[in-house]
Design a protein around this ligand. Structure first.
Ligand code: DGL
Length: 267
């Protein structure tokens, strides 16, 4: 038995394409339908109630297209809306927080873990909760990095200005002797190189995209939802507003192939 229905992946914008890239690499036979809410990005500064409402609208669009599972490719949505989505939709819902937290615990030796993300993600305390649920003795130091998303969207991935800002944000985490850093925003994997060059010592960088893809693979097996092994997986990308410069940044940095973008206007 195989299931060729698409996996619905959504994000506040285009950052979730880092998760799509990880899914494509790990599960090339799966059909993916990506929906980015470019009309309303960023979600990071918004209230949990607003983010929940937006997330439910996006998930409704994807389930109407018969998505067999929902992947919340956004830390902000995962940190405030996962219980509401899981309750409302009859398909498996996978977020990025728990897979990232588990990978961080597996990587850390000194149990001092840094987390960076948007204001909403950090304010929610979702990573602390997920990490401490697994290990109550873990020390977590979190920092909101609101300037990173705009810098990434401008394509300033290797720019001096970006490096200076990363340095400023990461300084307190380094002083706190973290040995593992969670990139708690789906945009941040695009800055892995710049972040690694700022980290002075051996610090493991945990990327939510790859860990989320592994969690999706596990879930597909558990729920018997895999597409046929020889299926040539497709990728459909829809956005709620016309694509801007960042789509080119993401496409180039991630080397993702997709055809025409569908624009889906929100009612
Ligand atoms: N993709 C979002 C996340 O992972 C960041 C962008 C936003 O603020 O909407 O948190």
């Amino acid at each position: 038995m195989s299931d060729e229905r698409p996996i619905g992946v959504f994000d506040s914008g285009i950052g979730g394409l880092t998760v799509v890239k990880a899914l494509r690499d790990l599960l090339p036979n799966e059909n993916l339908s990506y929906l980015g809410d470019t009309a309303r990005v960023p979600y990071g500064p918004k209230s949990p109630e607003t983010v929940q409402r937006y997330a439910i609208e996006l998930a409704e669009m994807l389930t109407k297209e018969k998505a067999k599972a929902l992947v919340v490719a956004c830390n902000t949505v995962s940190s405030v809306a996962l219980p509401a989505l899981t309750e409302k939709f009859p398909v498996p819902v996978i977020g990025v927080i728990e897979p990232g937290a588990r990978a961080a615990l597996a990587a850390s030796r000194n149990r001092r873990i840094g987390v960076i993300g948007t204001r909403a993600t950090i304010r929610s305390g979702a990573y602390e909760k997920a990490l401490q649920a697994e290990d109550p003795n873990v020390h977590v130091i979190s920092r909101a990095c609101p300037l990173l998303v705009p810098l990434i969207e401008e394509g300033l991935l290797g720019d001096d200005v970006t490096e200076q800002i990363i340095r400023r944000y990461l300084e307190p985490l380094l002083e706190d002797e973290i040995d593992t850093l969670v990139l708690g925003c789906t945009h941040y994997p695009l800055l892995t190189g710049a972040i690694a060059s700022v980290l002075r010592r051996q610090i493991m960088i945990v990327d939510s995209a790859q860990n989320c893809a592994r969690a999706v693979e596990q879930m597909l097996d558990q729920e018997s939802l895999r597409a046929a092994p020889l299926n040539n997986g497709s990728l459909h990308v829809a956005l709620t507003d016309s694509a801007d410069n960042f789509l080119n940044v993401a496409r180039d940095a991630l080397q993702l192939q997709f055809g025409d973008i569908e624009i889906r206007v929100l009612s």
